[in-house]
Structure formats: C-alpha cells, structure tokens
Design a protein around this ligand. Structure first.
Ligand SMILES: [Zn+2]
Length: 424
C-alpha cells in the first residue's frame, strides 16, 4: 500500500471512530422503564445505546451519559423492550392471498411489525432463502425493521428416512428451529405418526436444533413432551389441562405459546369485528381487505363453517389453559401465528396481549411474556430485555401498560438497534 493510501486509511479510521463516538450514543432520559426481566419498573430511568446495543440502564443519578450523546427527553413516558412474537409467519401473504413470498414482501411485513413495536418475529414455518438472507443481514447497527428468525419448511414425510432427510435439508439451509405439525385438523387430515415424530426429534436434536410443535390435543402434548419436544407452538384446545400434564410440562421446562388470536381469526369474520372500528388497526390496513372481509356472503360462509365454530369453542378452552398454566409457573411466550391471510401482523400481537390479560394474566406478566420470556423461550440471547449488551430494541409508550394493557397501543416511537423506526 502506498504512503498516501495508508494516510488516507488512517484518516478515515479516525473519522470513523469519532463519528461512532458522537453519532453512535443515544440516551433516553426520564421515562418509567420496564426492562422485561420481571424487575419492578424503574422511574425516572435512563437507557444509553451505543452502536446499536444497550450500554447502560438505570436510575438517572446512577447512569453516566456519554459526552456528545444524542439525548432524548422521554419524561412522563414508559419504555418497554421491543415486543417479540414467538410464533408468526413472514413473507407469504399479500392482501388476503398466500403465495407471494419475496424479499420485498418480507421487508414490507418486517417494517409493518416494527411500526407496531413487534421488533422480533420468530417465523415458525414457510421460510425460504430470502428470509434466511434477511435473518443473516440483521446483526448490524443500522437496522430499522424487525428481526426475523426462521424455521424453514414445516417438516413432513411418509417414512422415517424421508423425515430424517427433510430435517437434514432444512437444517443445512441454516434455520433456527425445526417446525412440525402433530394435528388432524379437527379430524380432517392424517396426523403424523408417533414413530415418525420420534425420528424427527432425534434427527433435529442430532443437528442441535430445537423442535417447535404445532398441536391441538392434550394427549399429543403429553406424547411430544415425552419425546423431547422443545416448544409448544399453540394452545391445547381440546380439553382443560390436567394436573399430570401440568406437572409434566413444568418438569420439562418447555415453553407454551398460546396463539389465541389464531383461533380468533378462524371465526371473527362471521360478522364485523369490533377492531374494524379501532384506529390503531385501521392505520395499517388496506380498504380492499376490509371490503372483502365485510362481504355478507363471506361472513355467511364463516357462520356456516363447522371448523370455524369448533375453533370458536376451542378458544374458550385455550384461554382457561393459559390461566392454569401461567398459574402453575409455566413460561408462556407471546405468539400469535399472525401472517396468514386476515391474521394481521402487528395489530394481532396487541390483540393477543389483551386476550392474555382477559385469560387471567396480569399486564406485568403479559409484558414479560412478550419480551424477556419470549426471548428465553426462543433461544434469543441478546434480545427481549433492556440489559447492557443486548440490542437496543425498545418501544416508547405515551401511557403505562401496567395500568391497562391496551396502553401498548399508545406508541410514541419504536427503536431498533437504537434507530428510530420510520413511519410512512
Ligand atoms: Zn404457525
């Protein structure tokens, strides 16, 4: 390298360092802070983010704000960690249609989740190369869309060899989880056999990947836990959980993702849902989608659908089970199964939070379930809580959600890696 080039490189290096020192530090000062660990909220707190990650957090007197930091006065507001959806699907839906999996659509949906304060989405199935690429690109301090983690294709197969081959192929693609369905769709399809499921778990674990299981029935939950499943990705909805099962789940340490709004989506369009009058919903939804969901003939079909009505009844069971499992100390991770048509990304996560409270959890427990607990359940080690070293993903609210969970709608701004998420 010539002397000139060396000098230029050295100068650029200095510029880069000073630019980071000045532009990379951001301090949010004066808010109530709920850090996602379950600790009591901090009043008059400070969060300092440097180069995308949390550098310090604490009471105003205890935290030193770096010289030259961009100081943002957030007094009177509440800061929560960016919310994590532990079960979503990203990239496939456009309007009310599936089959539109593209990089553009993924980015559009990750930006939508971000504007709603859902700063991380665990996509449990239907993920292709474009999703994996976006997952690989997100470890940088310029990020302004939601983080994505992926399961790839849901594993299916008719023989043990096919199952093991599919697990290997999906593992080779670089996924974060293996996803499988153990369900007969209310008796309308063939359930994966126990032998095949056992082979799947064995193969996934040999690839060091956790297995997330879609299920419906309590007996299937007993079986999959017995076989070493790592994540229950939906509510048990056929019957109330019994004490044997609660003990088994507690001993396994496995997390439970209720996806209550998944049930809602199956029947709620039988008439006009209340949320069609909610500005927080309407600000992001297309008029054509609303018009389609309001069509009387379409509503009639939902009213006449046996499965819609069965899932409506199943929701009541699911809500009782959330309460019972939470009471028993089971880690409950917020997840919605949003993403498929008419399961509205962003808005449904807030609806889920409300329904978890309606089921019997406190607002504090629900916030934790959507932050620190969701991160722990999904194996995300530097997300979910506002602690030094973690990514600076947070939501600033006008009102405190511990007073009423619907206050999560009062979003003032959303920040990912310390960058403000743009609003259109
Ligand atoms: Zn799903």
């Amino acid at each position: 390298m010539s002397k000139l080039k060396l000098l230029t490189a050295a100068l650029l290096g200095c510029l880069a360092v000073s630019a980071l020192a000045n532009e990379g530090d951001r301090a949010f000062v004066g808010a109530i802070i709920i850090d996602g660990t379950g600790a009591a909220p901090l009043s008059n707190g400070v969060v300092v983010i440097s180069d995308g990650r949390i550098r310090a957090i604490g009471a105003q007197d205890d935290v030193e704000i770096p010289a030259g930091a961009d100081v943002i006065d957030v007094s009177g507001r509440t800061i929560i960690p960016g919310l994590i959806n532990a079960h979503g699907h990203v990239g496939g839906t456009l309007g009310l249609e599936g089959g539109h999996y593209t990089r553009d659509n993924l980015q559009r949906q990750l930006s939508l989740y971000a504007r709603y304060g859902i700063t991380t989405v665990v996509s449990l199935g239907g993920d292709g190369a474009e999703g994996l690429a976006l997952r690989n690109e997100q470890n940088n301090s310029d990020l302004t869309r939601s983080r994505l983690f992926v399961a790839g294709d849901v594993i299916t197969g008719n023989s043990e060899q096919q199952i093991r081959d599919r697990v290997n192929a999906v593992a080779d693609s670089g996924v974060d989880y293996i996803k499988v369905r153990v369900d007969d769709n209310l008796g309308n399809s063939q359930k994966m056999s126990q032998a095949l499921f056992s082979a799947l778990v064995d193969q996934a674990h040999s690839r060091r990947l956790p297995v997330a299981v879609h299920l419906f029935y309590q007996d299937d939950a007993r079986f999959v836990l017995d076989q070493g499943a790592d994540l229950i990705a939906h509510s048990i909805r056929d019957e109330d959980v019994d004490s044997d099962f609660v003990n088994q789940l507690a001993q396994s340490g496995v997390c439970y993702i209720p996806t209550l709004t998944r049930e809602v989506s199956t029947f709620v369009y039988e008439s006009e849902p209340d949320f069609f009058g909610d500005p927080f919903f309407l600000q992001e939804v297309d008029d054509d989608i609303l018009a389609t969901l309001r069509e009387p003939a379409r509503q009639q079909r939902v009213r006449n659908s046996a499965s819609a009505q069965a899932y409506k009844a199943a929701l009541q069971v699911a809500m009782r089970n959330v309460a019972a499992l939470h009471e028993a100390g089971i880690p409950i991770a917020m997840g919605t199964d949003s993403g498929p048509p008419a399961r509205f990304q962003g808005y449904f996560e807030h609806l889920e939070l409300s329904m978890m409270v309606e089921s019997g959890m406190s607002p504090a427990a629900v916030i934790q379930s959507a932050t620190g607990v969701a991160a722990q359940c999904a194996g995300l080690t530097d997300l979910g809580t506002l602690e030094p070293g973690n990514w600076g993903d947070l939501v600033i609210l006008e009102e405190n959600p511990l007073a009423a969970i619907e206050n999560t709608h009062s979003i003032e701004s959303v920040w990912i890696a310390g960058n403000r998420v743009p609003t259109p």
